[in-house]
Design a protein around this ligand. Structure first.
Ligand SMILES: C[S@@+](CC[C@H](N)C(=O)[O-])C[C@H]1O[C@@H](n2cnc3c(N)ncnc32)[C@H](O)[C@@H]1O
Length: 227
């Protein structure tokens, strides 16, 4: 169950900024230059941050998976999968009859994902390169789309959201996890999105969206479902 986490907010805020920045995998410069100018083409260095075991403490993958309400056998997408932090969690939730597709815009990241899937024998998982403006998903093919720390990189979000809506099966949902405006770490303030604006993006794309309140110490979760 997702619980209030005020105490951990406080603990997080008290950590030295440099330490939390490394743990979060977000530096404040120069890696947030904007959706199209920004590159994540060095998976090895990003993996040291994004796959740091200390991340589990604030990322709380079990709570994210719970918010996704995944059932065994579902078809899942991890959009902006990066180095694949969420892949084992998604694959475990989908089970042996499910599938997880990891999508990313960076070719080196997709190669890294493919290697990770093979190395760790992540059952039912695959990885694919996509363009910035379209996940190129077949219509009515996906039960859940997870988007962690990536929505703020996507240009033309309502238009992009419409691609996601089209890809959802009946009962499908898009789950967006991104940094809270007042998180002590994360992208620069000008790149952050309020949870309300994420709700508006998803509603503009035809979904019924809601914020899961106080879900995580540093981030919000917005769930958009097919009405
Ligand atoms: C901050 S990382 C987050 C990685 C992963 N979701 C995680 O939480 O560890 C953002 C990732 O999204 C990818 N990305 C950025 N814009 C994208 C887009 N328009 N479509 C798909 N992936 C994108 C980047 O290449 C990068 O790997």
């Amino acid at each position: 169950m997702i619980k209030k986490v005020a105490a951990r907010w406080t603990a997080c805020a008290l950590l030295p900024l440099i330490a939390t920045s490394i743990a979060c995998g977000h530096s404040h410069a120069p890696h947030h230059g904007g959706p199209l100018g920004h590159r994540f083409d060095d998976p090895e260095s990003w993996s040291a941050r994004w796959d740091d075991p200390a991340r589990d403490e604030w990322q709380r993958p079990a709570e994210v998976i719970e918010a996704m309400a995944i059932e065994p056998g579902m078809a899942l997408v991890d959009l902006g999968a990066g180095t694949g932090y969420f892949l084992p969690h998604l694959a475990a939730a989908a089970g042996p009859d499910g599938a997880v597709e990891a999508l990313d815009v960076e070719a080196p990241m997709v190669d890294w994902l493919k290697n990770r899937i093979a190395r760790d024998a992540i059952s039912g998982a695959s990885a694919r390169l996509v363009p910035f403006d379209d996940p190129q998903l077949p219509a009515a093919s996906v039960d859940r789309v997870l988007i962690v720390n990536t929505w703020h990189h996507i240009p033309e979000r309502p238009t992009y959201g419409a691609h996601l809506t089209r890809a959802l099966k009946p009962g499908g949902a898009v789950v967006i996890v991104d940094y809270a405006l007042d998180s002590p770490v994360g992208p620069p303030a000008e790149m952050r999105l309020s949870p309300e604006s994420v709700v508006a993006d998803l509603e503009a794309a035809g979904l019924k969206a809601a914020i899961i309140p106080e879900a995580l110490p540093r981030q919000y979760i917005v769930v958009g479902r097919l009405p």
